[in-house]
Design a protein. Structure first.
Lengths: 154, 188
């Protein structure tokens, strides 16, 4: 009986340590990864697995069904909600062009046509144009139009 | 919200009610009739104050494919955690990512949600955008070696979708999997 209990203790301790270590790597990843999108990877994956491992460790160590059910609930909500927040943040980051394009091998989302490639309307004011060679003549043309409109109205 | 017969509305909302009551009882930690009654009351208030559209489309759960899916998912979760942890700690870092679009084949809100959730949790992929009309999903990949690796990860996405549909989808959804594969081949 005591052997069984000590084995359970060792397993629980292993789970808790592994989970804590994964949460640590998530923190390191947040610092070391180059842009928002890759940081979201660090923020969701090792952290979800880490929390799950901590839950398993806690479920083994804590006695009583109430605690186990509560941990199960936490795990379920963790799995359901983590991808949603990661998705929302990365979607906004992509649309506002906080993306290191030099680190991307392919970008099929921007290649897919039907979108204004010069100004998309929701980008930060200090973002460089996506296609400089196109953007310059385009903005000159817009300036020209603006001047013509101004002379008409006056 | 459109006008719906009371009977079918109740049937659509029943799973939500049961789920809310179960969460309530789990939060209290003990099972008693008082908890059940108060749980039902709270759930009804929540559902009246914050109405949700019903989840359209029936699903059926097949035990064996479900087991296959859950097993794959758990393995993927561990592998994904280890990979991202290694990228965070190791000397390489994340130097080359990719954003890919994949043409999915299922046409069901619920299944697409499950696919997107699963993809966000498994190795190196993060859902950026899901075009519901044309069923195009855009995914950011944390690390790719080369173009062949990109193709391989796209194939993985389709394999994940197939496992999910086989586990939860109706016969119709599984059929759309087959036809989608055929049309996918002809257009390529």
């Amino acid at each position: 009986m005591s052997v069984l209990a000590s084995v359970a203790d060792v397993v629980a301790a292993g789970c808790l340590l592994a989970g804590a270590f994964l949460c640590l790597t998530a923190g390191v990843g947040l610092v070391r990864f180059p842009d928002v999108l890759s940081r979201m990877h660090a923020g969701t994956k090792p952290q979800v697995l880490g929390v799950l491992l901590v839950m398993v460790g806690g479920a083994i160590r804590l006695h009583g069904l109430a605690a186990t059910w509560m941990l199960l609930l936490v795990a379920a909500f963790q799995l359901i909600t983590a991808p949603v927040s990661a998705h929302m943040i990365s979607r906004v980051a992509y649309r506002r062009r906080h993306v290191r394009r030099d680190l991307l091998l392919v970008d099929e989302l921007s290649d897919a046509g039907g979108r204004d490639s010069v100004y998309r309307g929701d980008e930060p004011a200090d973002a460089p144009p996506e296609h400089p060679a196109q953007a310059l003549p385009e903005s000159r043309r817009e300036d020209q139009e603006e001047r013509e409109n101004g002379s008409q109205s006056s | 919200m459109s006008v719906e017969p009371a009977g079918s509305r109740l049937r659509h909302q029943l799973p939500l009610l049961v789920w809310l009551v179960v969460v309530w009882i789990l939060l209290w930690g003990t099972w008693s009739w008082a908890n059940v009654v108060s749980g039902v009351t709270v759930a009804l208030v929540v559902m009246l104050l914050l109405p949700l559209p019903p989840v359209v489309g029936a699903t059926r759960v097949r035990p064996l494919p479900l087991l296959l899916f859950v097993g794959h998912f758990l393995v993927d979760l561990v592998v994904s955690g280890a990979q991202v942890a290694w990228r965070a700690l190791g000397p390489g870092g994340a130097q080359q990512g990719a954003i890919v679009r994949v043409q999915l084949r299922v046409d069901s809100d619920l299944l697409l949600t499950v696919v997107a959730e699963t993809l966000s949790l498994v190795p190196g992929s993060l859902v950026l955008d899901l075009d519901r009309e044309s069923r195009l999903i855009s995914i950011h990949l944390l690390h790719v070696d080369d173009l062949a690796d990109v193709e391989r990860q796209k194939a993985d996405v389709l394999a994940t979708e197939e496992r999910i549909v086989r586990a939860f989808g109706t016969a119709e959804d599984i059929a759309s999997l087959e036809t989608g594969r055929l049309t996918g081949r002809t257009t390529r």
